[in-house]
Design a binder for this molecule. Sequence first.
Ligand SMILES: [Zn+2]
Length: 237
Amino acid sequence: MTDASDSSSDPNAAELIVSLCRQFYALGWVSGTGGGVSVRQDGRIWVAPSGVQKERMAAEDIFALDEEGRVLRGPTRDGLRLSACLPLFLNAYRLRQAGAVIHSHGMHAMLVTLVFGHVFRVTHLEMMKGVTGLGYHDELVVPIIDNTAQECDLADAMADAMRAHPKAHAVLVRRHGVYVWGRDWISAKTHAECYHYLFEAAVRMVALGLDPAAIPASSEGAARRHEVRDETGRSAT
Ligand SMILES: [Zn+2]
C-alpha cells in the first residue's frame, strides 16, 4: 500500500489537511471524530482517515488515492481506516471538478436542515457574495438530502441533488451536516465559511420570525411610507 516514490509535493497536501482539520475542529465542524477534509493535488486525492480525532492527526495519517479512488499510500500508523466519506468526496471531484471538499458536522449546518424542506434558500445577505457566482440580489440555494444509516449510502442522493442544482457548491444532509467544495482548497474553505455563516443567519432569522428567503422592503420604500404617514396622519401599507 505504501508508495515510496511519492513526489516532493505530496506532503504539502497531507500537511494542509492536518492544518485545516485543526482549524475546523476549533469551529466545531469536525468534532467527535466526525466530518472530514479532502484535497486534490497533482492528480492525487488526499483524504483524512475515518474515526480519528481530527485535531490530533499527523501528515503521515493521511491517505493518498488516485483519481479513481484507489489507495496509493496509506497511513504509517496502524488501525486507520479510509474515510466513509470517500464516495461523497468523489462526487464533488467527478461532477464539479472540485479541488477540495469539506464535510462539516457544524451545529447550524445540521439545525438548518430541520427548518427547511428539500432546499435551503436565502437572499439579500452580504455573505452570499463569498460563494462563487452569486451576488447580493441573487437567491442562494443548497439542496437537502435525507440522512442514511451508513454515510456511503448518501452518494447517489448527493449526486442526484448536485445534478438538479448545478449552481450549488454544497449539499446539506438532514440531521447530519453539509458537504462543501470549491475549485481549490481556498475556494472550498471560503465557501464553507460563507455557507456556515448563512446557515446560522437563517436559523436565527427564523427564530426571530423573519423569512430568510424573502426579498426585503427597500430602505427607500420604508422612508416613503414614513413620508406618507407624516402627511396624512395614517400609516401607508
Ligand atoms: Zn458525516
